[in-house]
Design a protein around this ligand. Sequence first.
Ligand code: DC
Length: 233
Amino acid sequence: MDVSTETDKSIIVAIDGFSGCGKSTLAKDLAVALAYIHIDSGSLYRAITLYFIRQSVDISQKDSVAKALSFIDLHLTLIDGISAPILNGVNVSNEIKSPAVAQLVSEVAAIEEVRNFLIDKQRNFGKNKAVIMDGRDIGTVIFPEAELKLFITADMKVRVKRRLQELQDKGIDISSVEVGNNLEKRDRIDSTRKVSPLKKADDAIVLDTSGLSREQQLEKAIQYVEDVVNGKT
Ligand code: DC
């Protein structure tokens, strides 16, 4: 289905929620269905974290963080409609999924200088609408004017199972206990940090994906988009 050409009205869809709730999968599927672009904002935080790990940046020191950021050239390139992070000229799509990055990324994403560094990069993608962006503060901070905001939730057991599968598919050897601990740690840091904490926007629709198949969650999201573009909400 191509809602954008059917109605000639393109919108911004903001998808937020905790780690491992299926935000990226839904965002990707929805982008294909609508012929929109998908921006995975978490990949930007992960790419910066990868750089900090490689350069042994002391993230407790503001000066070291600011200096390191000045050496980072980071942008997203669309490959088949899917955004790939290009860090200083190299596509790091695979490297940013490593457990080492997952372990540190929430702490890096809580740093004000890092968030400020990424604000305009993210907002630029909204200029022409027809974009689906997933993250933690998209509906609250990056695109508070987004026409549709979804807040995705899922049971912890389901989240662990999905993330484990995703990592195993990438050939990463990790236990479900490690995955669960990492998700819990990131939930805590992401929702309690001072700058742009993860929270549901007042006007976001909550979508619990625990009992939904990939197709079912996509169907629901498409319905929400249609309601917006047809002026029903
Ligand atoms: O979606 P993800 O798991 O790839 O995100 C990685 C981390 O980046 C996550 O722990 C929180 C942070 N993040 C954020 O703070 N704000 C965003 N808009 C996206 C991600």
